[in-house]
Design a protein around this ligand. Structure first.
Ligand SMILES: Nc1ncnc2c1ncn2[C@@H]1O[C@H](COP(=O)(O)OP(=O)(O)OP(=O)(O)O)[C@@H](O)[C@H]1O
Ligand SMILES: [Mg+2]
Length: 497
């Protein structure tokens, strides 16, 4: 291309044409488009979706006991009785949500099969985290169902009304079917239809904010009790709700049954943090924990089975080399037996292989995936640290950067103070900073070990457990920390002395 655009960026019409044509011809001949490269690789995945967290598997190996246990308790709902409340707990990635969702799907399926009115309402309390929102969401779900219920009832009645034109005897109750209403006349049917439609028009949705909680609760209560049913309310991440808004919601829900006339409510709480029960009113605690089901972490063999099941669907045949699944399972087993982590690892390894345009996924891809996931986690944890913790971490990092390893709390504290001065930030006491270091230790960002210095007592030796460069980049991306300049010479000076 010899023609340069004129200085104002425009060209003559002819020239434009020439250039464009050349470009097109050139493209046709050789140069591959942006996506050609990516498409040309041997495809690795058959269906990547089944490895994503959003996918609910139909088969859950190694959760038979927990699933049967839940089913044994919930079967009461199908008999029209109130199931005991259930508290499910276990570490993250142990299949609590997946199992509970699976059981509720089965329960609803069976209830439809036998026409037993039983519904499961799932609420993720990490998202819906206040009493208002929980009650409003429940109220609106039941209101919606009640509307549908009225519609189908009205349709039935209209059919009945029509049939009565030809044969008035259809209006009489037949003995075998008690819920068939007995009508004196076709007009009585009309009146009843009218009444139902009137009720329906009064079914007003609860707004997502603005009402007093009492009113939301009353509306919810009324909506659940509108028809006979068993409502199983599943509160996933229930600890988040309690942490954010206390135990009022649970208190209200757990004492509802004594006042409901037509319906029954049962609660399933799911949590990966059992400590939240310490904050519950004893009555709520005992009511919620009528039945407890524990989900233990998976071991490496169990994780292998889980991965094998999924990979059969997720990957093309022979796309995985032999050691891929065992290695993913082994890594995830070290990480407190987390199936989510195992699946992430397998998916990421597949994506890396895909990006490499490799024929298949190898052990090497799994190792790289492990590093990538770990780095992503570190970046996320560091990014979301409170400013004071970031300053403490930055101090440790600067020391490490300057070749000072295994530092003690005093050394960290000195640098930390300088950083605070630079930034005009509050200086915490050394004791508080020691606490923050322990927190960083718990998050796996630093490693703090207590070492004995003989008769000089004991001290903590602190080292970084995360890659220096990436961590530094994340810290420096924080606008509050980006003001720090030239601390390095200062650190240097301290140790030259
Ligand atoms: N036994 C299993 N078989 C197949 N997949 C499983 C099994 N257990 C867990 N999984 C999968 O692992 C991932 C994590 O499971 P799930 O979301 O149920 O964990 P959780 O116990 O609810 O964790 P958290 O406490 O973090 O919410 C999901 O993708 C789920 O489908
Ligand atoms: Mg869960």
């Amino acid at each position: 291309m010899t023609d340069e655009p004129t200085t104002d960026g425009r060209r003559t019409a002819d020239r434009d044409f020439e250039v464009d044509l050349d470009d097109v011809l050139e493209d046709d001949e050789g140069d591959e488009g942006l996506f050609d490269d990516l498409l040309s690789g041997e495809p690795i995945f058959e269906n990547k979706e089944v490895l994503r967290p959003s996918y609910t598997p139909h088969e859950l190996p190694h959760r038979k006991d927990q699933i049967n246990n839940m089913a044994t308790i919930l079967v009461a709902a199908l008999r029209g009785e109130t199931p005991s409340n259930i508290l499910i707990y276990g570490k993250t990635g142990t299949g609590k949500t997946a199992s509970a969702k699976f059981v509720s799907q089965e329960l609803e399926k069976t209830s439809q099969k036998y026409s037993v009115p039983c519904e499961v309402e799932y609420i993720n309390c990490e998202v819906t985290d206040t009493q208002y929102r929980v009650l409003a969401q429940l109220a609106n779900t039941f209101i919606e169902q009640n509307r549908t219920f009225v519609d189908s009832r009205v349709e039935e009645l209209q059919d009945l009304r029509e049939a009565a034109e030809d044969d008035p005897s259809v209006l009489e109750a037949d003995d075998e079917n008690d819920d068939h209403l007995d009508f004196d006349s076709p007009e009585a049917v009309d009146d009843y239809i009218e009444e139902l439609l009137q009720e329906k028009s009064e079914m007003e949705d609860v707004p997502m904010t603005g009402w007093p909680t009492d009113r939301v609760y009353a509306r919810f209560f009324e909506a659940v009790d509108y028809v006979e049913r068993v409502a199983v309310i599943m509160l996933d991440e229930i600890d988040k709700l309690v942490e954010k808004s206390g135990d009022d919601t649970l208190y209200n829900l757990s004492r509802m049954n004594s006042e409901l006339e037509n319906s029954r409510v049962s609660i399933i709480g799911i949590s990966n943090d059992l400590k939240f029960t310490d904050f519950l009113d004893p009555r709520v605690k005992s009511s919620l924990g009528e039945e407890e089901i524990v989900f233990p972490p998976y071991d490496a063999n169990q994780l292998r089975d889980i991965l094998q099941h999924r990979s059969d669907v997720a990957f093309k045949q022979n796309a995985l080399s032999e050691d891929v699944i065992p290695l993913c399972a082994a890594f995830a087993a070290q990480e407190h037996g987390d199936a989510r982590r195992a699946l992430d690892l397998l998916r990421t390894a597949g994506e890396l292989a895909e990006r490499d345009q490799s024929d298949g996924v190898t052990e090497e891809h799994v190792r790289r995936a492990q590093d990538k996931i770990e780095l992503d986690r570190v970046v996320e944890v560091v990014r979301t640290l409170p400013t004071q913790s970031k300053l403490v971490l930055y101090a440790i990092l600067l020391l490490e950067d300057n070749g000072v390893h295994n530092v003690n709390t005093g050394e960290v504290y000195n640098i930390y103070k300088t950083l605070c001065d630079e930034l005009d930030a509050d200086v915490l006491t050394q004791r508080r900073v020691t606490d923050l270091i322990s927190e960083l230790d718990m998050l796996g960002i630093v490693n703090a070990v207590v070492v004995s210095k003989g008769r000089y007592g004991r001290t903590k030796e602190i080292s970084l457990s995360v890659p220096v460069e990436e961590t530094e980049a994340v810290l420096e991306a924080d606008s509050r920390l980006s003001d720090i300049e030239n601390v390095t010479p200062f650190v240097q000076a301290r140790f030259d002395n």
